[in-house]
Design a binder for this molecule. Sequence first.
Ligand code: ZN
Length: 272
Amino acid sequence: MNAGAYNFIVSATLLIPLLAGLAAAWLVNYLADVLPETLRLSRPVCANPDCRQPFGWGDYLLLRRCRSCGRRRGGRALAVIVFLAALSVYLWLDPPARLGYGFALLLLSYLALVTLIDLEHRLILRPVSVAGLLICTAAGLLLHGWQSTLAGFAAGFGLMMLFYLVGLLFNRLRARRLGQEAGEAEEAFGSGDVTLGALLGLLLGWPLIWAAILLGLLLYGVISLAIILVLLLLQRYRERAWRTFVPLGPGFILIAFLMIYFPSVIAALLPK
Ligand SMILES: [Zn+2]
């Protein structure tokens, strides 16, 4: 076979992960749109609160704007498509050891879905947690065996529960100082983060979950500090600086994502 024909065949097989990545992205966008609203596989509706007209499936698939109010679909749908299509091709060319291409793409799509729902709604939904229990247990067993998976689960759940309880206490004290009801102030640690800790514990296993939580908290601290500093510097947002809420979940998921898919990045961050 000559080089031209060979190159053509290699390029043509890349259509497989490209299409699989597009399909995964479409599914992630769809689930992130409908699950927080209806908790079932309903027809997606326009995001404009004054419109809420259902999308035709063809319009939805092609990211067309709403036919009733003309609202665009927004950058998130496109960002998910670019991210998952690119990583799908990357995983196809260099599949992670033990997971294999198909499962690696499934896990990645799941992590993307949890991140989107956490960022947009600050929620971890029950059906999404149940699916995560299955996917993260299977991934944990493949990656590091049952003892490490079980110990990771206990550590992830236990540590996040501890932080959650400390957060509740801190919140109550702060609310008393500000003269609010404890329920009014937003919690840094939500009960969803405890679920997330358990899921990432299964996925990463012991002792990696320990490093992930430390790095996640560090990342959280750096991002929160940066946001508060920027708000303090911008005169007109100064009032808001101390009330800004940064969700924890996405930072932890980002660390877990890097640990599984780009371990060399994490190795460079950790002390030798
Ligand atoms: Zn509309």
